[in-house]
Write a protein that binds this ligand. Structure first.
Ligand SMILES: [Zn+2]
Ligand SMILES: [Zn+2]
Length: 641
């Protein structure tokens, strides 16, 4: 699968190494499009050729025009004379030339961009290289030798102007390839490098993408688009110092390539070859390889590494493919793709069962957060110092569904969502004050209502976790815990749980204790995967000595199923109506409701005792009032003042 070859390849002059297509990014830049006069040798006429890279004139090998472009049909088979250098190049029709770009005539150099590489290969034209490994012009550039690309461009434009060869200059925007690491333009240079085959396996690799389930499902397309765009084998050797050494030695006598025994880490650039004599020619001198691997060549091994491929074959067999790969969208084309490629070559299978792709965290204005742009920068250490890691964690779950879009981040947002943890802590502190001794208990309608709703929450969380949707799960837990359980159930059950005046049957009081503890325990278990520390702390303080992370995930309980759950919205509306009324009268929510009589919808009658104590209502009727002298608090709630 691996071979060495000299091909034109992406080269980053700043990093000083070959890079693969997966390491090339594109950025839009403004640049000059120069219209340059070329003389036609046969007719002596001037033709105009537009180019953004005049410094590559020395490597111009052919001039093309679109076969449909009638302006240039008469030039077919003739030759153009390249300014400055004076060499002759053929003029031929080729569909790559676009009639509406520049003058419609294009000079093909070795190499301005990918299309140059492709066209020269297609036409079988030997390239002339103009740029060396350091990003400077080489001897083919004549008097510009030694200049950087930018310097050479400036100088050659001056010279062309002096000769009257520049007709005009336009500002245009173009996409140019840059190095993902150092962000400077890449060049195309010939290099002898090692390649891993991939082009011939594209169809098979596309096929095994179906063996993996994607979260979100649409992220799969990023991978498919990348596989479809692969046009050259993967160049895996790099000219970097820091990297995994390529474990090879070469015989100085005959060039024999020696691959050492697997089992240990080799550093051929400083170690003696592990053999004495060349098995082919008997020579005793070896040269150690000094190149390193592409960083993705190592990273793409992570799933076989964690499954113990090299040291526990049984474990590997039982657990391959790996259950989950979570990763960012921007490294689908390298981390995910190369892991797939290797997995296919080694095992003929996809490496993962599930792939979870996340988008990015951006700042309040939707900009990429970057240390180099201080106005966007949010230091994770500052967040942890101010709010704690758990707050940061719960924020990342509650802020949005990051598998479907970017989520926005700011100190205010984190502070806001972290209030849920404080709320949870306070709820737990309140509930922990009640005994867990509730053997002989009886559930009130109110308890059955919240337990019925708890059953639904368990189902929502189960689905949420199965779909790896942290956002939906965390949001469902927060809404239930805060807006239903704390705001309404706990407020309503307080007086029965305390039962200070002994107005409730002790069995019903114990029913309140049972429900409070059961709901809290269930919330903690449901939330534990997302907020592992605060749930563990509460669990150990209030419940058992065994970690919450060793408990079974909650299941729906048949005995909690109850029609009472249908009362929930009415119950919430009733409470809100009474609270609004008390506020409008300027009295505390805990104070007695200063009205003669309250009318509630008939459906709420099962909650009578809890409602009366909760709002301190003297006379509560479950009917629509006949008396016209009532004040309407909401669609179904009335008071007689
Ligand atoms: Zn670079
Ligand atoms: Zn040899």
């Amino acid at each position: 699968f691996i071979y060495e070859d000299e091909k034109t390849t992406n080269y980053c002059p700043v990093c000083g190494t070959t890079i693969s297509d997966a390491e090339v990014e594109y950025e839009e830049e403004e640049t000059n499009l120069n219209y340059i006069k070329f003389k036609v040798k046969e007719s002596g006429e001037d033709t105009i050729i537009a180019t953004t890279r005049p410094e590559l004139l020395c490597s111009c090998r052919i001039v093309i025009f679109n076969p449909e472009d009638e302006r240039y049909h008469h030039l077919e088979g003739k030759h153009a004379i390249v300014p400055i250098y004076g060499h002759e190049v053929p003029i031929e029709p080729h569909p790559y030339a676009k009639p509406d770009f520049g003058s419609g005539l294009v000079m093909i150099c070795s190499f301005g961009d990918y299309s140059d590489v492709r066209i020269l290969r297609e036409l079988n034209i030997e390239p002339i290289y103009a740029i060396d490994e350091k990003g400077r012009m080489n001897e083919n550039a004549g008097k510009y030798q030694g200049l950087t690309v930018t310097e050479a461009r400036k100088k050659i434009i001056q010279d062309l102007k002096a000769e009257g060869k520049i007709v005009k200059t336009e500002r245009i925007k173009q996409r140019r390839p840059i190095c993902w690491r150092s962000k400077n333009p890449i060049e195309f240079v010939p290099m002898k490098e090692y390649y891993l085959k991939q082009v011939e396996f594209k169809d098979e690799i596309l096929r095994i993408t179906d063996e993996m389930k994607f979260f979100a499902s649409e992220s799969k397309q990023i991978l498919i688009d990348w596989i479809n765009s692969v046009g050259i084998d993967w160049v895996i050797s790099r000219r970097r110092f820091y990297g995994t050494e390529i474990p090879l030695w070469y015989c100085e006598g005959c060039g024999y390539v020696y691959v050492p025994e697997p089992g240990r880490y080799y550093q051929p650039w400083k170690e003696r070859a592990p053999i004495e004599k060349c098995p082919r020619c008997g020579a005793t001198k070896f040269r150690g390889e000094d190149r390193t691997f592409d960083t993705w060549f190592d990273s793409s091994t992570s799933e076989v590494y964690i499954l113990g491929y090299l040291w526990d074959k049984e474990f590997f067999k039982r657990n391959f493919p790996c259950s989950l790969r979570p990763q960012g969208k921007e490294i689908v084309r390298n981390w995910l793709y190369f892991t797939m490629l290797k997995s296919y070559l080694l095992f003929g299978k996809a490496p993962f069962m599930n792939v979870w792709i996340h988008m990015h965290v951006v700042d309040e204005e939707g900009r990429k957060i970057s240390k180099s742009r201080p106005e966007t920068w949010i230091d994770p250490q500052d967040v942890i110092k101010r709010f704690g890691a758990e707050a940061f964690r719960i924020w990342s779950g509650l802020e949005g569904n990051i598998t479907r879009g970017d989520i926005r981040c700011s100190f205010e947002r984190i502070e806001g969502t972290s209030k849920f943890l404080t709320k949870l802590w306070n709820i737990a502190r309140f509930i922990s004050s009640f005994p867990r001794d509730y053997e002989d208990y009886e559930l009130a309608a109110l308890d059955r209502m919240i337990l019925g709703r708890l059953n639904d929450l368990i189902s929502e969380c189960k689905i949420g976790y199965e779909e790896m949707n942290v956002f939906a799960t965390a949001t469902a837990i927060r809404t239930f815990t805060w807006n239903v359980f704390a705001d309404h159930y706990i407020e309503a059950v307080k007086s029965r749980a305390y039962n200070r005046n002994g107005i409730f049957d002790p069995k019903l009081q114990r029913g309140a204790w049972y429900t409070l503890h059961t709901v809290l325990m269930t919330i903690l278990k449901l939330l534990a995967p997302i907020a592992p520390f605060i749930t563990e702390k509460i669990w150990l303080e209030v419940y058992t000595n065994e970690s919450i992370h060793l408990q079974r995930f909650p299941e729906r309980r048949v005995e909690w199923k109850s029609d009472m759950v249908n009362l929930l919205q009415r119950f919430i509306d009733f409470n809100n109506a009474i609270w609004r009324y008390k506020k409008s009268k300027g009295i505390a929510l805990s104070q007695k409701l200063p009205v003669r009589r309250v009318y509630a919808p008939a459906e709420l009658e099962p909650l009578r005792d809890d409602l009366k104590s909760m709002h301190r209502i003297v006379d509560l009727q479950f009917q629509i009032p006949e008396n016209k002298e009532v004040r309407k608090l909401s669609a179904e709630v009335f008071v007689e003042e």
